[in-house]
Design a protein around this ligand. Structure first.
Ligand SMILES: [Zn+2]
Length: 376
């Protein structure tokens, strides 16, 4: 993982490079960033730069043996801890029991969310946990000599999922770290034991800038400028959500039909049709639901812009529907609906009950539509 693989964050990358080159490396760090900000890939790029034997001014070389093994997650001094779904049946009690799976999913998409990970290991209905068995493993790995004579490092992803006894054991290591160790805790939530927070150096990983996202969507996904701009505007700095929107584009025609049906039902709030529609959406699975929601957010934003006489990134095949639909959407209710959809996206991530969720969102959307036009 090189810094160049990460969307945006130019200033943060520079400051990380500076601290490494000046050898001001805190042994316990906390990278705090929302989903889609890239905190996890940044942590790995940081370690790769630290280890690289042929560092450049702006990035690791990406070619030396250190870089090569770190980017494949096979370096013996770079360890990972992440939540798992504990299972006696499958013999899963700690991260290393699922390292092959983690490697596969991370290499496929370093911007993965916790829900993506839990889906991947078939544990979407289980609690993600970093349990006490893990702490023994952490202590063991970090007390060994570094294989390559440099740092021993450990990235702990989602430390907020540690239970109390794991956290307390970790705390002891953070207080008296073995020589040449580096812990990077990568968290989405500052709701963590104050004692742990107080022993780590905090780096905030902000959401990506709109312009940075637009650029990345053009470069990595080959989108035309208009579509990339529309998606970047709609996803509010979350690159993960942006990727979902790009995937939604793959099924755009299908998602558009589904969206049109939904909006017609919401407009008149026909209970029977709504429950049929919800049953259908409930059956497509969480990943596709997220893609659909991402698509819906983008379409609502397009409707707002169309209403303001600023059409952006509209597929000609959808123009007819959007022209009829946009009078129902103004800047205010459009923003409210987009926010509801955004909340729904995160609720699906957090494993909400799909049918109840879509029912409640549908009613809210109905209420956001202008009353006098409902018979249209
Ligand atoms: Zn290198």
């Amino acid at each position: 993982m090189q810094f160049k693989d990460i969307v945006g964050h130019a200033a943060l990358k520079q400051s990380m490079i500076k601290t490494i080159n000046e050898e001001r490396i805190s042994h316990a760090q906390m990278f705090l960033g929302a989903e889609g900000s890239g905190a996890l890939p940044i942590a790995l790029a940081y370690i790769q730069y630290l280890f690289c034997t042929n560092k450049g001014e702006t990035d690791s070389c990406g070619k030396c043996s250190q870089c090569h093994r770190i980017s494949k997650l096979t370096h013996p001094d770079v360890h990972f801890v992440y939540p798992v779904a504990l299972s006696k049946e499958k013999g899963v009690e700690k991260s290393s029991d699922l390292f092959r799976e983690f490697t596969e999913v991370f290499l496929n998409d370093p911007y993965l969310s916790l829900a993506d990970w839990m889906d991947f290991i078939g544990a979407e209905n289980k609690q993600p946990t970093i349990a006490v068995e893990e702490s023994k493993d952490i202590l063991h790995k970090m007390s060994l000599m570094a294989m390559e004579g440099s740092y021993k490092t450990m990235i702990i992803w989602m430390p907020e999922k540690m239970n109390l006894s794991t956290a307390n054991k970790l705390l002891k290591v953070l207080e008296e770290p073995p020589d040449k160790t580096l812990f990077i805790l990568v968290s989405e939530s500052s709701q963590m034991l104050a004692t742990i927070l107080s022993r780590t150096q905090l780096t905030k990983v902000l959401r990506c800038e709109e312009s940075e996202l637009t650029e990345a969507l053009i470069e990595h996904h080959g989108l035309p400028l208009e579509t990339a701009t529309a998606i970047a505007k709609a996803c509010e700095g979350n690159y993960r959500l942006a990727q979902m929107m790009v995937k939604g584009e793959v099924d755009a025609e299908f998602n558009m039909q589904r969206f049109q049906t939904w909006m017609r039902i919401c407009l008149n709030l026909d209970g029977l049709k709504l429950s049929e529609w919800i049953n259908e959406v409930a059956s497509i699975g969480r990943e596709k639901q997220k893609q659909f929601i991402a698509f819906a957010i983008k379409t609502i934003r397009q409707s707002i812009l169309l209403g303001l006489n600023y059409p952006s990134g509209i597929n000609p095949a959808d123009a007819d529907f959007l022209n009829k639909f946009s009078p129902f959407i103004n800047y205010e209710n459009g923003a409210q609906i987009a926010e509801e959809l955004n909340n729904a996206y995160y609720a699906i991530e957090r494993n909400a009950h799909t049918k109840i969720l879509f029912m409640s969102v549908s009613i809210k959307i109905h209420n956001y539509f202008p009353q006098r036009k409902k018979s249209a």
